[in-house]
Design a protein around this ligand. Structure first.
Ligand SMILES: NC(=O)c1ccc[n+]([C@@H]2O[C@H](COP(=O)([O-])OP(=O)(O)OC[C@H]3O[C@@H](n4cnc5c(N)ncnc54)[C@H](OP(=O)(O)O)[C@@H]3O)[C@@H](O)[C@H]2O)c1
Length: 284
């Protein structure tokens, strides 16, 4: 049950001033049913993952909580992220649902809480108000860092200008078909860590001929090439698998490197293709 020796990234913003380190590789849990989440997360922890990504929307926080409670690992060794669900943006709903998240996860303090979607065009919702409630939760001391997900540059600028608090993280769809250069440039300027969701393009990138060719040239698998690309690009990455063998393979990426030519070939796959929803399309 020893931890993977993956690097960690220091979150420089959106914290209460303490040093918060996020392991660069974590395990995603989207589409893992609550009934199977305990087993899947226990397997991930057993393989050595210490960073788990869940969300109110996934309906599996209780299962993740059961894995945390039964795994026997010290709380401080784990990094747990959850996210505010779309119907919960209003202050009272956000505070109440945050308490439900903590109850389900069985935690006193969460490591990272994200606004799942900006909902910028949803009537009756204002992303600045939502961000103010997130800051209130941060100041309560029950979360170590706050951030956002699926925010576009204009959303980031709006909440920062209104509150002065910079999100620690923006978790966005990111993989070699959608390299998100503009957002990453804005994040670098603002000191926001970039976290890649659907890092394997939900599996679709595994058959990309360039990825396959690089994998064959190095004697590794396509998923390992892609995850290594995320790590070498300085991104936090949270691939999801329900299979222990794949979890282990996805984490076995520290014994090879991608040279500049291979990194450039993967960067050049960018074609602005999404496998998930565009942030502007998600409304309450
Ligand atoms: N913030 C957001 O809005 C947002 C949106 C989407 C996702 N996320 C987070 O990001 C995480 C990852 O994204 P994702 O789940 O959408 O997609 P992903 O990690 O890119 O891909 C997951 C898919 O790839 C398969 N897979 C994983 N490793 C594999 C391997 N080594 N070989 C072959 N197939 C493999 C999985 O199948 P099996 O499970 O059957 O192995 C699953 O079908 C999510 O789980 C969630 O935590 C966040």
């Amino acid at each position: 049950m020893s931890a993977l020796s993956v690097p960690a990234i220091t979150l420089t913003r959106g914290t209460n001033g303490e040093e918060v380190l996020i392991p660069q590789l974590g395990a995603g849990t989207y589409k893992v049913a609550d009934a199977e989440a305990e087993h899947v997360v226990r397997e991930a922890l057993d393989v050595g993952y210490r960073h788990i990504d869940t969300a109110q929307m996934y309906g599996n926080e209780a299962g993740v909580g059961r894995a945390i409670a039964t795994c026997g690992l010290p709380r401080q060794d784990l990094f747990i992220t959850s996210k505010l669900n779309n119907p919960n943006h209003r202050r009272d709903d956000a505070l109440r649902s945050f308490e439900a998240t903590m109850e389900a996860l069985g935690l006193e303090v969460l490591d990272l809480f994200l606004v799942h979607w900006p909902l910028a065009d949803s009537p009756g919702i204002d992303l600045v108000d939502t961000w103010r409630t997130m800051i209130e939760i941060l100041h309560s001391g029950r979360v170590r860092a706050i951030g956002v997900s699926n925010f576009q540059p204009e959303h980031l600028h709006r909440i920062i200008e209104a509150t002065g608090v910079v999100p620690a993280v923006n978790q966005i769809e990111l993989h070699p078909w959608l390299v998100q250069s503009e957002l990453r440039r804005v994040h670098a300027q603002l000191g926001i860590a970039t976290e890649s969701w659907s890092p394997l393009g939900r599996g679709r990138l595994l058959a990309d001929p360039v990825v396959v060719e690089i994998a064959e040239s190095l004697g590794v698998s396509p998923s390992q090439v892609i995850i290594r690309w995320h790590l070498q690009s300085g991104l936090v990455v949270i691939p999801k698998s329900i299979h222990r063998r794949r979890m282990a393979a996805n984490a076995d990426v520290l014994t090879f490197t991608l040279d500049d030519g291979r990194m450039a070939a993967l960067d050049a796959l960018d074609r602005d293709v999404r496998t998930g929803s565009h942030p502007d399309r998600i409304q309450v």
